[in-house]
Design a protein around this ligand. Structure first.
Ligand code: UDX
Ligand code: ADP
Length: 465
């Protein structure tokens, strides 16, 4: 088995950044260079101020402090990093296509293809190329074909090594991974490449947690893992709607079924809907693949997970409108949380975007407070939906840095992200700032009903009548 001395990672985002930081920490003998075409992002990774890294993850800044300029480097010199490395990770973004065939479902592979062409052009020695980004099945085959047909005659071995880290717990997930999946060709050189990547992970993970498979199994497993997790959230959310119509309480139902060891307790928290860069995209990919093979029942089965999620977001917003006497026009509504979950500044596919959009359609005045998300991001998220003129978004929605300011003269507060700090806010003071009756809609089920009732709030939360 061959060892590697130098690794390069193309893409310094939510996946590439934390993953390479942890590899550098655990493998001081390997030089790790993370490259990106976005100069600003690289500058932020290299800045002295570790509180302003482009990505917020608990525990990340400590690792960057330890490894940066020791064996972890950030650069925009993509070609040099490719040339020097024996192993190249591709962690560029693969957004859902917004145009052409597969629009709204298939992943846009243009960034991946550009990367592959660049590697082929620059590489002068044999390379192991590792696909890390979430990709539809059979991407490795496409990458291989580009590399083999446009390269300089050097050997490329393609591995699929899907990422299972969850944002907000990325460092922990990487350091104590349940499993690492490595897919590769079933040839002697494919086996050697798989063993080399296994060797990297075995610096800190027990051998039995590093699973080797063929390429297609590895690619598909990533989609299936996320589809199963998202399905659990949609399943419990479908029951939350039923609970709201009856005297059942979704938390009690969730607890009762979670105790069944065959079901298990994780991923059964009812919420305003799942978000994030993976769940929806991966399911849509699964749906698209199934359809392209004529498996319509399979496609419909998985698509329902997304339909349920959209319903949950809409249901939450519609409940706010109907509870506020069927009109929110001109009413101030404070949104606490914009990130798709706590402990991350990532907002991709966050439920907050859709809830805000629906309320803005009804001409509500929105005030957003999120401890980690910047104003620019919030406006970009809304503008991206194209529902109304960007000027209108800025007129109707404001972003503030203080939860008290957000509450001032508000008719209602909606909790959209489960940030810990929301639990310990001075809710008595918030109550005194708000117009009466003061409504709180808890889309994350983080506040205690008794306490909220006692203060005087009209308190609603997902999954309770
Ligand atoms: C997910 C997978 O967990 C990870 O393995 C994969 O690599 C990438 O996709 P991530 O998107 O970071 O990770 O977040 P995750 O913790 O899975 O949460 C996804 C969404 O589901 C969030 O919006 C979260 O708030 C929501 N969720 C999760 C619920 O609403 N209820 C739950 O019980 C769990
Ligand atoms: P993810 O969650 O998959 O990590 P991000 O959007 O956070 O996605 O990160 C992807 C990064 O990949 C971005 O910083 C983007 O600038 C970078 N990127 C995209 N295409 C290329 C490319 N051809 N070469 C280098 N970096 C790229």
């Amino acid at each position: 088995m061959n060892k590697v001395n130098q690794i390069c990672c193309i893409g310094a985002g939510y996946v590439g950044g934390p993953t390479m930081a942890v590899i550098a920490k655990q493998c001081p003998n390997i030089k790790v260079t993370v490259v990106d075409i976005n100069q600003k992002r690289i500058d932020q990774w290299n800045a002295d101020d570790l509180d302003n890294l482009p990505i917020y993850e608990p525990g990340l800044k400590e690792i960057i402090a330890e490894t940066r300029d020791r064996n972890l480097f950030f650069s925009t010199n993509v070609d040099k990093a490719i040339e020097d490395a024996e192993m190249i990770f591709i962690s560029v973004n693969t957004p859902t296509k917004t145009y052409g065939k597969g629009k709204g479902q298939a992943s846009d592979l243009k960034y991946i293809e550009l990367c592959a062409r660049n590697i082929a052009k620059v590489a002068k020695t044999d390379k192991i190329v590792v696909e890390k980004s979430t990709l539809p099945v059979r991407t490795a085959e496409a990458i291989k074909s580009i590399l083999d047909n446009t390269g300089n005659g050097v050997q490329f071995e393609i591995l699929s090594n899907p990422e299972f880290l969850a944002e907000g717990t990325a460092v922990e997930d990487l350091l104590a991974a349940d499993r690492v999946l490595i897919g590769g060709q079933e040839t002697p050189s494919g086996q050697a490449a798989k063993d080399t990547l296994s060797w990297v992970y075995e610096h800190w993970l027990p051998k039995e947690r590093v699973l080797q498979t063929n390429v297609w199994s590895s690619e598909l497993s990533k989609l299936v893992a996320n589809a199963f997790l998202a399905q659990r959230v949609s399943s419990i959310n479908s029951i939350s709607a039923l609970c709201e119509k009856t005297d059942a309480n979704v938390a009690e139902v969730s607890r009762a079924i979670g105790f069944d060891s065959r079901i298990g307790s994780k991923f059964l928290n009812s919420s305003v809907g799942f978000g994030g860069s993976c769940f929806q995209k991966d399911i849509l990919n699964l749906v698209y693949i199934a359809k392209s093979f004529g498996l319509n029942e399979v496609a419909d089965y998985w698509e329902q997970v997304i339909i349920m999620n959209d319903y949950q977001k809409r249901r939450f917003a519609e409940n706010i409108i109907s509870t506020l006497y069927n009109t929110v026009s001109g009413k101030k509504i404070a949104l606490y949380g914009w990130a798709f979950k706590k402990d991350t500044n990532d907002t991709r596919e966050s439920a907050a975007i859709y809830v805000a959009d629906l309320l803005l359609e009804e001409q509500a005045e929105i005030i957003v407070y999120d401890p980690k998300v910047k104003e620019d991001t919030i406006y970009n998220d809304l503008d991206y939906l194209n529902s109304r003129d960007p000027k209108e978004n800025r007129r109707l929605l404001k972003v503030v840095n203080d939860p008290m300011e957000a509450a001032n003269d508000a008719h209602a507060i909606a909790i959209l992200t489960e940030w810990d700090e929301f639990k310990t806010l001075d809710w008595n003071k918030i109550y005194s700032e708000m117009l009466k009756p003061a409504f709180v809609f808890d889309g994350r089920r983080i506040l205690e009903r008794e306490k909220m009732d006692e203060i005087g709030f009209k308190f609603y939360r997902i999954g309770e009548s």
